[in-house]
Design a protein around this ligand. Structure first.
Ligand SMILES: Cc1cc2nc3c(=O)[nH]c(=O)nc-3n(C[C@H](O)[C@H](O)[C@H](O)COP(=O)(O)OP(=O)(O)OC[C@H]3O[C@@H](n4cnc5c(N)ncnc54)[C@H](O)[C@@H]3O)c2cc1C
Length: 386
């Protein structure tokens, strides 16, 4: 029986000094006033010469490095415990064609890197890295595109096509991250077009399903049905979802029904139902459980056992973010399950929004910090008593 309480396994890769550093970092970011200050003045601190401090602290905890090359150490340290890396170019909020082409090239390079490194089992990208947000919103709303926007949209489709084709030709699986509900229809259409093209023999292209949305379980069912009817495999990364407050706020402001589940319990229920649906249909699917939730992770372990799916079966993978929930990642991998961590990378200034999000989600009382801190503390005490 797997236990996520085993802190010896969870922090095997960390020296005492590294453990203490993580402890102080999580302690610092558990302070809401400090995190608020960081969120408001983060970019300014870089101008004031704090780049070195950020790089040595929060960046080091949650990010692999500034370039793919810099991530070698993180890849190696995870690989030592049989945990894969998913290189995530985490530059956000760009809006120029030049930036989109740069992101395309960067993603193609991660695929190239993955081809040469068996410890990189998946690649990933966000469509907002390749397309203007406003354009995705317009396509999602089915509004007619202008004469300038039509070729712009064609370029977006071509970028997505190039990435999925490179993944297929290099036999590398690729995730398409899910984003805000008002641009998600365009992302879904791109994902399905490419799944139908490249997933004829196995799941190469994976779309992401956010189960904090009240319509996604049904959407997953329909997608699996469409895959069966049209003879292609479905790649599904299941997450709860990262934009809850933004979603609720917009729905209230614009007076349309809130797309988010009525409660956390409902998100949890649909997440676990989605896991079961995927496991029941595993013969036509690839599944990645992108979660830090212990109950859901254990539930998937039990489902696999019930269905006689071996822990190392290539069709199922567990995934967590770098620097978080090592107690889940390491304990699963030590028990033979496929685990891979998102390892974000990019220039410090560009990765700042990602870091602020990590700090914010680790701040709330109900959030992760309590869990991360108490686990680190437990391990420090265990080591001290030896
Ligand atoms: C490998 C990986 C990949 C990811 N990829 C994406 C992605 O592509 N797109 C994306 O949006 N997110 C993504 N995420 C983030 C993810 O959606 C969650 O925000 C995060 O993992 C926390 O959820 P959890 O499953 O770990 O569990 P928990 O910590 O148990 O759940 C927290 C989540 O529950 C939901 N929730 C909380 N309160 C309520 C409430 N009152 N009502 C309804 N729901 C509630 C929210 O989604 C919240 O984030 C990814 C996460 C991982 C680990």
């Amino acid at each position: 029986m797997i236990s996520f309480d085993n802190t010896e396994n969870a922090f095997k890769s960390k020296t005492n000094a590294q453990l203490s550093q993580s402890y102080w970092l999580f302690k610092l970011i558990s302070n809401p006033s400090l995190v608020k200050l960081g969120a408001n003045f983060g970019p300014l601190t870089l101008n004031l010469g704090f780049k070195g401090v950020i790089k040595a602290t929060i960046f080091k905890q949650f990010v692999g490095g500034e370039t793919i090359h810099d991530c070698a150490k993180a890849i190696e340290s995870l690989a030592k415990y049989n945990i894969g890396t998913i290189l995530d170019y985490s530059v956000e909020g760009k809006e120029s064609e030049q930036d989109f082409d740069h992101c395309l090239q960067e993603t193609l390079q991660t695929i190239e890197k993955a081809k040469k490194d068996k410890h990189i089992p998946f690649c990933v990208y966000k469509v907002t890295g390749l397309a203007r947000f406003g354009l995705l919103q317009k396509v999602s709303s089915k509004l007619p595109l202008s004469e300038i926007e039509k070729p712009e949209w064609d370029r977006v489709k071509k970028r997505v096509y190039s990435i999925c084709k490179a993944a297929f030709e290099g036999e590398q699986r690729i995730f398409i991250d899910a984003e805000e509900s008002w641009i998600q229809p365009a992302i879904d259409d791109l994902a399905y077009e490419n799944m139908a093209l490249w997933n004829k023999e196995k799941a190469i292209v994976y779309n992401t399903f956010q189960l904090y949305r009240n319509d996604r379980l049904l959407n997953l069912e329909e997608t699996i049905r469409a895959g069966k009817t049209n003879s292609f495999y479905i790649g599904a990364k299941l997450v709860r979802g990262a934009y809850m407050e933004k979603e609720r706020k917009r729905a209230a402001q614009m007076n349309y029904p809130d797309p988010i589940q009525v409660s956390k319990e409902k998100s949890d229920q649909d997440y676990d139902k989605a896991l079961k649906l995927c496991v029941d249909n595993i013969s036509v699917m690839g599944l990645c459980a992108g979660t830090h939730n212990e109950t859901s992770s254990l539930y998937l372990v039990n489902l696999m056992r019930e269905k006689n799916i071996a822990p190392g079966d290539n069709r199922v993978c567990f995934s967590q973010l770098y620097g978080m929930s090592d107690h889940i990642s390491y304990n699963l991998s030590l028990n033979g399950y496929n685990v891979a961590k998102y390892v974000p990378y990019g220039p410090v200034k560009e990765v700042l929004p990602y870091l602020i999000r990590r700090a914010q989600e680790n701040t709330s009382v109900k959030g992760q910090t309590g869990r991360e801190l108490s686990l680190i503390l437990k391990e420090k005490q265990r080591r001290a008593s030896k």
